[in-house]
Design a protein around this ligand. Structure first.
Ligand SMILES: *[C@@H]1O[C@H](CO)[C@@H](O)[C@H](O)[C@H]1NC(C)=O
Ligand SMILES: *[C@@H]1O[C@H](CO)[C@@H](O)[C@H](O)[C@H]1NC(C)=O
Ligand SMILES: *[C@@H]1O[C@H](CO)[C@@H](O)[C@H](O)[C@H]1NC(C)=O
Ligand SMILES: *[C@@H]1O[C@H](CO)[C@@H](O)[C@H](O)[C@H]1NC(C)=O
Ligand SMILES: *[C@@H]1O[C@H](CO)[C@@H](O)[C@H](O)[C@H]1NC(C)=O
Ligand SMILES: *[C@@H]1O[C@H](CO)[C@@H](O)[C@H](O)[C@H]1NC(C)=O
Length: 474
């Protein structure tokens, strides 16, 4: 029998059928399922095991390259109720087929940042023109090539917090739009479907300068190029709701709802989850997904794994196993309360929202650089965009045959979770549909819990390793 026939035979005989999620599209202020037209609201987690420090030259792994780890995490995320992950630092030379397919199978979409912390692989906010060159574009286009063929690629982030202070609101805005223009041109020329491109913003509102609002308006406005350089969606990294004492008003969510009420593009939290006090209780979740905030399209909790800055839902152990943190259990409890009917049908967000015309009057702060004339593409860009990057990586959905998690997962009390596996589905994962991690196995107690470091440690430094919950007496 010829090899090709035996392959077909086994594929037809086998139980594993490759099914693809419907891709997500942008419709004015909402994300929608491109096939059913139903609203899609992000119930997400930021996924960067190892943190940005894990990304080096000569990577052998990135967050989406190890199927054993992705299978474990996809099983846990399916039970948690997550429908989207965001991965910040991916290496386009690695193979992402297994991970993308596993997440596809459990109804989880991926938002991919095109940049990385390596030199030449992001826009330098201190001197954007120096970093905007064809080598940089070649890197970000390769990331597009690597992920464009997965149906569950929801979108790409063109930048993350390029503007993160009042000072960086000068010079940078036009480069963010220029990069979006180049990415969208590249996608138009080389992808079979439109893949949305957006930006992830820092919440900068200081000394009367509403840089956040100006960034959103600058990126959503119509500069006459048929939408080519504008953002398709706007992510906001927001840490204003801290603990059970906060509220819609105290956290300033009411101000955000007013600000984004007439947004012509979807707005969501690309990071949320203040970690004070710890462990987190995630009391903001019912509000984010409740009737007061339907103007937003959900959000992504920062972040899946415990790193030096202490925002994890799970702790990765050195031997490939992981231990759930109390935050995982708390988030699961909150997500289970979401009214999924409201999520899919909520449409009291405004309709027929046209992008405002780009104009100086849209910009409120004199410190925000309202130059709507974009830099021309750098030398070599046209050739890359018309012919494509050379040796372009490829990606495709593969059949997932291993559904049982191969590494041990421990509950918060140290007990091993038995029988953990993924359950293939054909639609977006929804919270509360699987019953979650059994509370008997995962019953948590704060008795004997190691003290948790509470300070954000983005600047690195001497944050001691802290061991969590694994040592409890049963
Ligand atoms: C893996 O490491 C964790 C944490 O150190 C430990 O509790 C667990 O017993 C180890 N598991 C295996 C299978 O070695
Ligand atoms: C993937 O991760 C598992 C669990 O940590 C590890 O044992 C394995 O070596 C990794 N695979 C590769 C190819 O690095
Ligand atoms: C869920 O949302 C729908 C649509 O708005 C509403 O009709 C229904 O009453 C809500 N269910 C609950 C339990 O609040
Ligand atoms: C949502 O708004 C759109 C555009 O105005 C409209 O066509 C659609 O019927 C609405 N959907 C629901 C469920 O109300
Ligand atoms: C606006 O940006 C363009 C493109 O970089 C530049 O050529 C032009 O000089 C800038 N205009 C002002 C007023 O700075
Ligand atoms: C591809 O990109 C080039 C350069 O931007 C452009 O001139 C051309 O029209 C594009 N072709 C298609 C088919 O979109």
């Amino acid at each position: 029998m010829a090899p090709v026939v035996s392959f077909l035979t086994s594929a037809l005989a086998g139980a594993s059928v490759v099914t693809a999620l419907n891709s997500i599209a942008v419709k004015e202020q909402e994300l929608v399922d491109s096939s059913t037209g139903e609203r899609f609201v992000i119930v997400g987690v930021d996924y960067q095991p190892g943190g940005s420090q894990a990304y080096h030259d000569h990577n052998t792994q990135d967050p989406l390259s190890n199927g054993t780890v992705c299978l474990r995490d996809a099983a846990l995320m399916q039970q948690l109720g997550v429908n989207t992950i965001r991965s910040y630092n991916v290496d386009p030379t690695l193979n992402h087929d297994e991970c993308a397919s596993i997440f596809n199978d459990v109804g989880i979409y991926m938002i991919i940042d095109v940049n990385s912390p390596l030199g030449g692989q992001s826009i330098n906010q201190a001197d954007p023109s120096s970093s905007y060159d064809s080598d940089y574009l070649s890197h970000i286009f390769s990331v597009v090539e690597s992920f464009k063929s997965y149906p569950n690629t929801l979108g790409f982030f063109s930048g993350n917090e390029v503007i993160n202070s009042v000072a960086t609101a000068q010079g940078n805005p036009k480069y963010i739009r220029a990069v979006q223009r180049d990415l969208k041109n590249y996608i138009k020329n080389h992808s079979k479907r439109t893949i949305p491109v957006g930006y992830s913003a820092a919440d900068v509102r200081l000394n009367g300068n509403n840089i956040l609002q100006d960034t959103w308006n600058y990126l959503q406005c119509d500069n006459g190029d048929n939408g080519l350089s504008r953002s398709d969606f706007f992510g906001l990294n927001s840490y204003s709701w801290c603990g059970s004492e906060s509220s819609f008003q105290i956290a300033g969510y009411d101000v955000l709802v007013d600000m984004f009420d007439q947004s012509s593009i979807p707005v969501f939290f690309s990071e949320y989850g203040c970690n004070k006090p710890a462990p987190r209780v995630f009391d903001e979740v019912p509000t984010i997904y409740g009737p007061q905030m339907t103007v937003l399209s959900g959000g992504l909790v920062y972040e899946w794994t415990e790193e030096t800055d202490m925002y994890g839902l799970i702790q990765n152990n050195d031997n490939g196993t992981c231990t759930l943190l109390p935050d995982y259990m708390a988030l699961q409890g909150q997500l289970a309360k979401i009214n999924t009917t409201l999520l899919m049908t909520a449409n009291n967000t405004a309709t027929n929202l046209q992008a405002p015309k780009c104009a100086q009057s849209l910009i409120t702060s004199s410190k925000f650089d309202a130059n709507f004339t974009l830099p021309d593409p750098p030398p070599g860009a046209e050739a890359l965009i018309s012919s494509g990057v050379s040796n372009a990586p490829t990606g495709s959905i593969v059949s997932v045959t291993q559904t049982v998690v191969q590494v041990a997962v421990y509950a918060t009390n140290g007990a091993e979770l038995k029988g953990l596996k993924i359950t293939p589905v054909q639609a977006a994962n929804t919270p509360g549909n699987t019953g979650g991690v059994s509370s008997a196995a995962a019953a948590s107690t704060s008795k004997g819990m190691a003290p948790r470091m509470m300070d954000k440690a983005f600047t690195g430094g001497a944050v001691a390793a802290v061991v969590f919950g694994a040592a409890f007496a049963l």
